[in-house]
Design a protein around this ligand. Structure first.
Ligand code: BTN
Length: 310
């Protein structure tokens, strides 16, 4: 019921009377009031006045009912080893497209290239399970799209100048603010599911993280809401996936990324190459020109921007 009330409040900027809510949901006005009290206790800022209730801001903790009509697809845990493991279990057991596993902290958070992802409380850690109709070769485009949408969410929500770095890091200045790890289950010509794991530094400490990281709270000087970030990202990303255009993702990435034109060091599984990042191919691979003029296309790896004279 809380999810249904929240959905109604989210749909309007004008106050909504207790009478209107009770009529829409078929519950008494007293029941409406009790649910509103519990929602406030959970941290939602809901103002009440003579004309009714108005939602001012969401809470921080991404509890399922905060996501209104999406609540049945949200699996929130106070602590997990990694949201990736739980998401794999759910994906294998047939959960719907756009299910989300979210936790307040991870004890064994994973990053790309077998690194760990520091996951203390305060950060946003989630994995979204996707069932896109795509060829496996198009999988990397999903990560690029997710990075673009997370950067846009951070810009719109907090005014942070977030930009993307190949392959799918989100940076604010030179500090990493969000990272993406995805795992795909596929046959030769068809993706079964993708577990898209995203970690965002919101109110967690970033001390000692290398390469340098930065959080929303450090940038804006106050706490940010994890629920608002997840909800904003979800709106954008679900809409994008419904109308996915690989060429549009690549064009948007090229226009907004900070990697192109930069001198880069790219760590691939068994090798590190250095050169100038000059372009992206149609499937999201980074094209790097090496010092001897050879062009290499890198499809998987980690990229560091280096100063031109080093
Ligand atoms: C990276 O930049 O190396 C990717 C980091 C991905 C971290 C997220 S946090 C949620 C999900 N669960 C994990 O264990 N990892 C991803």
């Amino acid at each position: 019921m809380k999810a249904a009330i929240l959905d109604l409040l989210k749909r309007t900027d004008a106050p909504l009377s207790g009478q209107a809510i009770s009529a829409r949901l078929g519950i008494s006005r007293v029941a409406v009031w009790k649910h509103i009290c519990r929602m406030r206790e959970a941290g939602l800022d809901i103002q009440s006045g003579p004309k009714g209730y108005r939602l001012v801001s969401l809470a921080d903790t991404p509890l399922p009912w905060i996501f209104g009509g999406r609540s049945a697809r949200v699996h929130h845990y106070p602590e997990l080893r990694s949201t990736m493991d739980k998401a794999q279990e759910l994906a294998r057991s047939g959960c719907p497209d756009f299910s989300v596993v979210v936790t307040d902290q991870q004890t064994l958070g994973r990053g790309r290239l077998q690194r760990n992802w520091q996951s203390q409380s305060g950060g946003l850690y989630f994995t979204m399970i996707l069932r896109p109709r795509l060829a496996p070769s198009e999988g990397p485009l999903i990560n690029l799209a997710a990075a673009l949408d997370m950067a846009a969410t951070l810009r719109d929500t907090f005014g942070i100048e977030a930009r993307v770095k190949w392959p799918n890091d989100v940076l604010a200045g030179e500090g990493k603010i969000a990272g993406i790890l995805s795992q795909m289950a596929a046959e030769a010509d068809r993706v079964h599911y993708i577990c898209l794991g995203i970690g965002v530094n919101i109110n967690n400490s970033t001390t000692g993280i290398t390469p340098p990281a930065v959080s929303v709270a450090e940038l804006i000087g106050r706490a940010g809401s994890r629920a608002v970030v997840l909800s904003g990202f979800w709106d954008r990303f679900e809409h994008r996936m419904k109308t996915l255009s690989p060429s549009a993702v690549v064009a948007e990435w090229k226009a907004g990324a900070i990697t192109l034109g930069r001198q880069v060091k790219v760590q691939i599984l068994n090798e590190t190459i250095e050169g100038q990042a000059v372009d992206m191919d149609d499937q999201g691979g980074l094209i790097v020109v090496l010092p001897d003029g050879t062009r290499r296309t890198v499809v998987y790896g980690d990229c560091f921007h280096v100063a031109k004279d080093t």
